[in-house]
Design a protein around this ligand. Structure first.
Ligand SMILES: Nc1ncnc2c1ncn2[C@@H]1O[C@H](COP(=O)(O)OP(=O)(O)OP(=O)(O)O)[C@@H](O)[C@H]1O
Length: 239
């Protein structure tokens, strides 16, 4: 089987704190994997290694060079209009057309000449998504890209990302601490705990993929149990 991402026995420490302790992970071409885990467990550390932004201490890591990252904050250049933010780094010939197409895909056709500062948080994240997808990456790395958005915008972004990923078919690693988000979006959910993958589940429900499906609820509680927070979640929800 071909893989987009292949990670074996990956280790990473910061000072005397070992964050990744021999982690294995494969992602197939076009597969959408969500990585969940408690705050500080090393999710962003893994994503940064896959993005080539940091070096592992040990183990093997193979990821395609055609990779793009969308972060929690949009990281747009404030001194460039929206279309130039999308086109940044593209060959000059055809850059405007490519940016225009990408902005249309994320529903921002009318905003090509706007300045980033005039965008809402959700719009800015859609520009960041357009900037990533316009390059047709083989690997799309999403580091909690919806965490700073309000709940209604987040719902819309979930639908948009699912649609766009279905069209462009990159391999995706979504880092999130939101179990529901992971189950709603991913083909496979993996849980990181104490430096290793503690669990993984394929999301292939018989019924529809929404919170009303009992299969959704069952997987959600199983994942919360595997993360060690199921009892806390039940307590919080019974209030
Ligand atoms: N550059 C760094 N220098 C020192 N320590 C770091 C560095 N980057 C991460 N760490 C530490 O590594 C651990 C894992 O951090 P990481 O950001 O990967 O966690 P996370 O699972 O993404 O957390 P969160 O969900 O809160 O974003 C934390 O204890 C963090 O303080």
């Amino acid at each position: 089987m071909s893989t987009a991402v292949r990670v074996r026995a990956l280790t990473k420490s910061f000072g005397d704190r070992t964050v990744l302790k021999g982690l294995d992970l494969d992602i197939a071409p076009g597969e959408f994997v969500a990585l969940i885990g408690e705050s500080g467990c090393g999710k962003t550390t893994l994503l940064r290694l896959l993005a080539g932004l940091d070096e592992p201490d040990g183990g093997d890591l193979a990821a395609p060079p055609e990779r793009m990252v969308v972060f929690q904050e949009h990281r747009l250049l404030p001194w460039r209009p929206v279309w130039q933010n999308v086109a940044v780094g593209l060959p000059r010939a055809g850059a405007r057309e490519a940016a225009t197409r990408a902005l249309a895909e994320v529903g921002l056709t009318g905003h090509a000449d706007a300045w980033p500062a005039t965008l809402s948080g959700g719009e800015a994240q859609r520009v960041a998504l357009a900037r990533a997808l316009v390059r047709e990456p083989r690997l799309l790395l999403l580091d909690e890209p919806f965490a700073a958005l309000d709940a209604l915008t987040r719902i819309k972004m979930h639908a948009l990302v699912r649609r766009l990923v279905g069209v462009h078919r990159p391999a995706v690693l979504l880092v999130t601490h939101d179990v529901d988000e992971a189950i709603l979006l991913a083909d496979r959910v993996v849980a990181l705990r104490e430096g290793r993958l503690a669990a993984e589940h394929r999301v292939d429900f018989d019924g529809e993929r929404n919170r009303r499906n009992p299969e959704f609820e069952e997987l959600r509680y199983r994942l919360l149990a595997e993360l060690g927070v199921a009892a806390d979640a039940e307590l919080a929800e019974s209030r």
